[in-house]
Design a protein around this ligand. Structure first.
Ligand code: SF4
Length: 266
């Protein structure tokens, strides 16, 4: 019944709520498991030592407290839109621990992986903006997927994006202009391995990345603790060919890192 309820409430809701809904479901399941962990040994622990049930109950109560504290902190940070307490640690917890669990939960209740990944990217962006990360322009990197380049363009832009002739047939031209305007580093990666190499070579303190859900989630996890604001690309011709990116979203992410999330976006 809980599964059916969770699936029903998650469908059609804004992206971030998918993750929060799955988080609540996970809490319920964990609570049930913790109850079993508490109840079953109590019967036997008493027979080992009279005070053991009390010690065991205190340990589990601490676990429940930590779980609720972490969950509430995450939800309040999302609702308030700014750092309450330890949101940089929450980001790590979400990326390294909660996200893989949410994928499993999503599988159980029939939510597509793609939707959970989108939700994760939204939540990650929200936590980064809540944490007010500010960086200098030379420490901010714009990282783009190769599929944004027009498929028929014969110019090689991996290695050096500035080989682009600026013909305007794809958004590489506008993205280079954006990087020039804000004096940022910009690069194109053909896959995760090259993306990791670009990050290692450039040593950015923050990244604005455009890519599909899969590449963004992998990239956000791989580069943690470097903050990454992810912009999901659009795929009017299907995946990995002539993809598009919303230039305004990229620009807003850049301004959020350079001037703070409350800065005007004009
Ligand atoms: S804008 Fe640059 S990368 Fe895009 S098609 Fe024109 S020359 Fe090629």
């Amino acid at each position: 019944m809980i599964l059916a309820f969770a699936r029903k409430t998650l469908e059609g809701r804004p992206k971030k709520r998918v993750f929060i809904g799955l988080l609540v479901l996970t809490c319920f399941i964990l609570l049930f498991l913790i109850f079993l962990l508490w109840y079953v040994p109590i019967v036997g622990l008493k027979n080992i030592h009279p005070s053991l049930p009390l010690v065991f109950s205190a340990a589990l109560a601490s676990l429940v407290f930590l779980m609720f504290f972490g969950g509430l902190l995450l939800v309040f940070t999302i609702l308030r839109g700014r750092d309450i307490f330890l949101s940089h640690r929450l980001r790590g917890l979400v990326a390294k621990v909660l996200f893989p669990v949410m994928l499993l939960m999503g599988k159980m209740v029939g939510i597509p992986k793609e939707k959970i990944r989108q939700s994760f990217v939204e939540l990650n962006n929200h936590l980064i903006r809540s944490n007010l990360h500010r960086v200098r322009p030379d420490k901010l990197l714009i990282l783009l997927p190769h599929c944004i380049q027009n498929f028929d363009c014969e110019i090689k832009i991996t290695g050096n994006i500035r080989n682009c002739k600026g013909c305007g047939k794809c958004e590489i031209k506008e993205l280079i202009e954006l990087s020039d305007r804000y004096h940022l580093k910009i690069a194109v990666a053909t896959g995760g391995t090259l993306a990791r190499r670009i990050v290692m070579e450039n040593r950015p303190e923050a990244i604005v990345a455009a890519a599909c859900e899969l590449d963004l989630t992998t990239g956000i996890q791989d580069t943690y603790p470097i903050p990454v604001i992810g912009v999901l690309n659009e795929r009017p011709e299907g995946p990995c060919i002539n993809t598009k990116v919303d230039i305004d979203k990229v620009k807003n992410a850049i301004i959020d890192f350079l001037e703070g999330p409350s800065a005007p976006k004009g």
